[in-house]
Design a protein around this ligand. Structure first.
Ligand SMILES: CC(=O)N[C@H]1[C@@H](OP(=O)(O)OP(=O)(O)OC[C@H]2O[C@@H](n3ccc(=O)[nH]c3=O)[C@H](O)[C@@H]2O)O[C@H](CO)[C@@H](O)[C@@H]1O
Ligand SMILES: C=C(OP(=O)(O)O)C(=O)O
Length: 422
């Protein structure tokens, strides 16, 4: 297994281009299953998760071609040959469950392996199931698979989510595009990836209103057609790289960055003493001399502080002046990076969903292990600011969500390399 070797070497300066969003692309790709006509996505990120979704769609009979070095995905679901999402693919990536709603709507049946729990939490699918059942689907769990059918087609309904789940909102929204009548999703997730999905579905002929608000209304149509859509900027990759100059000092321009994607995160960085300037199509982050201030963080659904930036923010707080409290409210087990940061000299105490971080002047490089995607990049950020060498192992987690991480960070002056395992 490859590892990443980082050596702390001072301020970072320059530009980093931000890719299209993993989490948007992973829901836009299954949308191809809703139509017989081609769907083309531009600005796709080059990630192992995208390859996994490609394999899953191909296993269902869809054609998926990766063009222009992976930045364009040309898909066609004209002839679907299967409605079974196999455990061997689904277990690799939870977002595989996003084929459920589209297959049910288009084919009237879907058999999708339950993904099971993962490192950051149990992540059940009850909200997806209840929402699709409200649209008339019959769903049962057999042999680890969800067997869903809607022999008479789906029918619009009011679905009230008890929690604003991103995945459940996406699955229900996609299914509702081809249902008969009107569907209203109450307490819907408001993440930018939901708005991006709705934009793409509208280009395909869907009638959707209210995306970005807690109430989304979908008027079902008989069929969707082909479209071309540009994947929205990855706000989590953006926030991650904004933290690089925040931790190391210097000034970095994040190309494609927009403040509206990350307002609550930007406010926390500013409270910590970081300067953020919005340009035409970029955000510039700079940290002048002196230590940053400790700030408290609570993760919440959008527009709150994103859980997917909590680990990286913790890395920043490790060297802040004072004590910060981080509260994780989305996933029950998302502090696995804390013991690894402690190996680098950080002072962190975890009690249930709370972590108390007391800033130290300097972290020290150490061998550390990535436990999940965002944990892995938080250790790289910490390593950039630490004295000496940090070797981050199990970087396959990183490959799920960060393209060309070595190229992007060395482009702004970081000392970072990938060590290939023989
Ligand atoms: C591919 C993708 O887009 N992944 C993102 C998506 O994941 P995902 O769509 O899985 O996240 P959800 O918003 O659904 O999950 C949030 C919380 O709701 C719970 N829950 C969810 C569904 C359900 O049926 N029952 C239930 O209890 C989950 O266990 C979790 O505790 O949103 C998360 C929250 O912003 C992000 O961290 C992930 O990066
Ligand atoms: C948790 C994440 O992804 P997923 O939902 O695909 O596991 C993430 O992107 O941080």
């Amino acid at each position: 297994m490859d590892s990443i070797l980082v050596t702390g070497n001072g301020p970072l300066n320059g530009q980093i281009p931000i890719a299209g969003a993993k989490n948007a692309c992973l829901t836009l790709m299954p949308a191809t299953l809703l139509s017989e006509e081609p769907l083309t996505l531009t600005n796709a990120p080059r990630l192992s998760d995208i390859k996994t979704m490609t394999l899953l769609l191909q296993s269902l009979g869809a054609e998926v071609s990766s063009l222009q070095d992976g930045q364009v995905l040309a898909m066609s679901s004209h002839d679907l040959t299967s409605h079974i999402a196999d455990y061997e693919i689904v277990r690799k990536m939870r977002a595989s469950n996003l084929v459920l709603g589209p297959m049910l709507a288009r084919l009237g049946q879907a058999v999708v392996s339950l993904p099971g729990g993962c490192a950051i939490g149990a992540r059940p699918m009850d909200l997806h199931i209840h929402g699709l059942e409200a649209l008339g689907a019959e769903i049962e769990l057999k042999d680890g698979y969800l067997h869903a059918k809607a022999p008479k087609g789906l029918k619009g309904a009011v679905v009230e989510l008890s929690f604003a789940s991103v995945g459940a909102t996406e699955n229900i929204m996609m299914a509702a595009t081809l249902a008969k009548g009107t569907t209203v999703i109450k307490n819907a997730a408001r993440e930018p990836e939901i708005v991006d999905l709705a934009d793409c579905l509208r280009k395909m002929g869907a009638q959707i209103d209210g995306d970005g608000s807690p109430e989304i209304t979908i008027q079902g149509v008989d069929r969707l057609h082909g479209a071309t859509h540009q994947v929205v900027t990855d706000r989590i990759e953006l926030g991650t790289y904004m933290l690089a100059p925040a931790i190391c000092g210097g000034e970095v321009e994040l190309l494609g960055g927009r403040r509206s994607l990350l307002e609550s995160f930007c406010e926390k960085l500013e409270a910590a003493g970081i300067e953020i300037t919005e340009g035409n199509n970029s955000l510039t982050v700079s940290r002048k001399n002196g230590r940053i201030r400790a700030v408290d963080v609570v993760t919440e659904p959008f527009p709150g502080f994103p859980t997917d930036l909590q680990a990286q923010m913790m890395a920043l707080m490790c060297t802040a002046e004072g004590t910060s409290m981080l509260e994780e409210k989305i996933f029950e087990n998302r502090f696995m990076h804390a013991p690894e940061l402690v190996r680098m000299g950080a002072q962190i105490e975890v009690h249930g969903g709370h972590a108390t971080v007391t800033g130290v002047e300097k972290l020290k490089g150490a061998p550390v292990m990535a436990t999940d995607l965002r944990a892995s990049v938080s250790l790289i950020l910490a390593g950039l600011a630490a004295e000496g060498e940090t070797r981050v192992s199990r970087v396959y987690h990183l490959d799920r969500g960060y393209e060309h991480v070595v190229r992007k960070l060395s482009g702004v002056g970081a000392k970072i390399e990938r060590i290939k395992e023989q």
